[in-house]
Design a protein around this ligand. Structure first.
Ligand code: ADP
Ligand code: MG
Length: 339
């Protein structure tokens, strides 16, 4: 497609993220329905052109588990990225609508994400960097695909200059400043799978400090995962804030509970959350016995806090639970017709 902004008719707003917004559009010359992501970039023209060049790699990404790319162009002051439209939206929207997702379907999600990650890394040496339920999309043919991977170093830099993205799926080593590896994606996958199976973000007061919880049953969930707001540097938050906050007594914690950087029912401040990820045991698929043993073990393998011990996507593709997911005959197309 030779894409020009004038040829794209906006049909519907699909959602808003940190970097911009996504719209359902029709490419009028061809009649093709697409998703157009509009990213506001504060960068020099030379950098914007560089970003556009880097995005072209996406033309070479062909996998059943990766969103197709139709093209990108500059529409000052934005960069527009046109991609395959997924008519059932992202998994965060789906579980917020229908509640916790059946563990056999979560198994299919795990399989699809691992296949996508393995393709990106083996074929293109790309690390995704932003695995989370809102970047895992479904369509009414029952396909599950990942989107929003980090193809463009310059794009990552330009966005990082204006905000620090949602960081709550971030691995302990990343929070502490280690570089990204495929294993950071595996951590984010583990957190995402628990979120889908429980129908709520796994880090919350009720799962960590039950004595502080006013919602022991988790009835107030789902809780929104918080994000780091503009101007907050992640490493300064963690390294500068950790010591003082560690001293915080439970009483003080109770007082600060509910203080939110971004609102929306968040019960842990971003600082508490980042500290929690670094200092406390990783979350697990609980309560014990509710889910198949293989699923519990798979999630544990994703969430070893030590990245050396954590499994790689390749290892995980050989896990018992994934074998089971492969042969599982559940009808995803029928499932997507229920919402
Ligand atoms: P985030 O992923 O942080 O939510 P984005 O700007 O990437 O922010 O996307 C906003 C929303 O748009 C997503 O939550 C998703 O529901 C929707 N979306 C993104 N890409 C597509 C697509 N290709 N097809 C359908 N919906 C999409
Ligand atoms: Mg996204």
């Amino acid at each position: 497609y030779d894409l020009r902004n004038e040829d794209l008719k906006e049909l519907q707003e699909l959602g808003q993220g940190n970097g911009g917004s996504v719209k359902k559009v029709e490419h009028t010359p061809s009649g093709k329905i697409m998703a157009k992501k509009i990213v506001l970039i504060d960068a020099k023209p030379s950098v914007r052109k560089q970003i556009l060049r880097e995005l072209q790699i996406m033309h070479d990404c062909h996998s059943d588990y990766i969103i197709s790319f139709y093209g990108a162009f500059l529409a000052d002051p934005n960069i527009c990225i046109c991609m395959e439209y997924m008519d059932k939206g992202s998994l965060d929207g789906i579980y917020k609508k229908i509640g916790p997702i059946d563990i056999d379907i979560v198994g299919k999600v795990a399989l699809a994400v691992l296949e996508g990650l393995t393709y990106l890394y083996d074929v293109h040496r790309i690390i995704h960097r932003d695995i989370k339920p809102s970047n895992i999309l479904c369509n009414s043919s029952g396909q599950i695909k990942i989107c929003d991977f980090g193809v463009s170093g310059e794009l990552i830099n330009s966005i990082a200059d204006t905000f620090v993205g949602t960081s709550t799926y971030m691995s302990p080593e990343r929070i502490q400043g280690a570089p990204y590896t495929v294993k950071s994606d595996v951590w984010s996958l583990g957190i995402s799978l628990i979120e889908l199976a429980l129908g709520r973000f796994p880090f919350s007061d009720s799962s960590s400090d039950s004595d502080l919880s006013d919602d022991p049953e988790g009835t107030l969930s789902p809780r929104r995962p918080p994000s780091v707001g503009p101007g907050l540097s992640l490493s300064s938050v963690v390294n500068g804030g950790a010591r003082t906050a560690k001293k915080t007594s439970k009483k003080d914690k109770r007082k600060s509970k509910g203080v939110s950087l971004q609102g929306g029912g968040m019960t842990m401040s971003i600082l508490e959350l980042l500290q929690h990820i670094v200092n406390e045991p990783a979350p697990r698929l609980t309560p014990e016995g509710r889910f198949p043993r293989e699923a519990e073990e798979f999630v544990d393998a994703c969430l070893f806090k030590d990245p050396e011990v954590r499994w790689t996507p390749k290892d995980l593709l050989k896990h018992k639970w994934i074998d089971r997911a492969r042969t599982e005959t559940i009808d995803l197309e029928a499932w997507t017709s229920t919402f």
